[in-house]
Design a protein. Sequence first.
Length: 248
Amino acid sequence: MSRAELSKQSAIVTGGAQGIGGAVAEHLAGRGVRVAIWDMDGDLAQATATRLGAGAIAVSVDVSDWDSVQAATGQTVSAFGGVEILVNSAGIAGMNAPLADYPVEEFRKIVDINLNGTFLVNKAVVPLMSAGGYGRIVNIASVAGKEGNPNASAYSASKAGVIGLTKSLGKELAGQDIAVNCVTPAAARTRIFDQMKQEHIDYMLSKIPRGRFLELDEAAAMIGWLVSPENSFTTGATFDLSGGRATY
């Protein structure tokens, strides 16, 4: 894949209807990439695809369901012919509560979407990249996956799992021209805040040395490089987007 051929590539962005995923979809579309916006909210995904123009399509999908992921993959391949870029941004924060009080089904739901969903989408897309001899993957983790946030055991554990999955897959595919990396953002002010208590939001802000939340275009810029042909060496790595919070 020539470094000048980004505009000829196709991308899947899960959770691409809004938030960090939406910013990444817009960033890639602006560089001429055809973008499949995978999201549970089909109407919002369609509105985003319409706004991005003719090179974007909306795909309604539940990333935690293997049949749904397979159907979405087939729909995307039918539209684009192949997939060179994958950004896994679909995720939920879930409720805030001490671990002893955390509902079992809520914990399972968060892990199912954030971690198992990332696994399933990678499982579906990696064979396409291997067959094409090229690929760039970014999994969205969180600084919570590095440090753990109190009263957010499910979210923290699921994002730690995404980091481990990324490192494993990056090593598996290191012999091919397929880069697999993840980013660990601090909080950005998106709709995911609607799932959190204000005290938890205040806690997250207090931990960021920059003294502010992440801007979506800042995340999109870093991810945009990670999925570009220019990122030809780094794989299995974790890139910090925490405003100085991360300690490793």
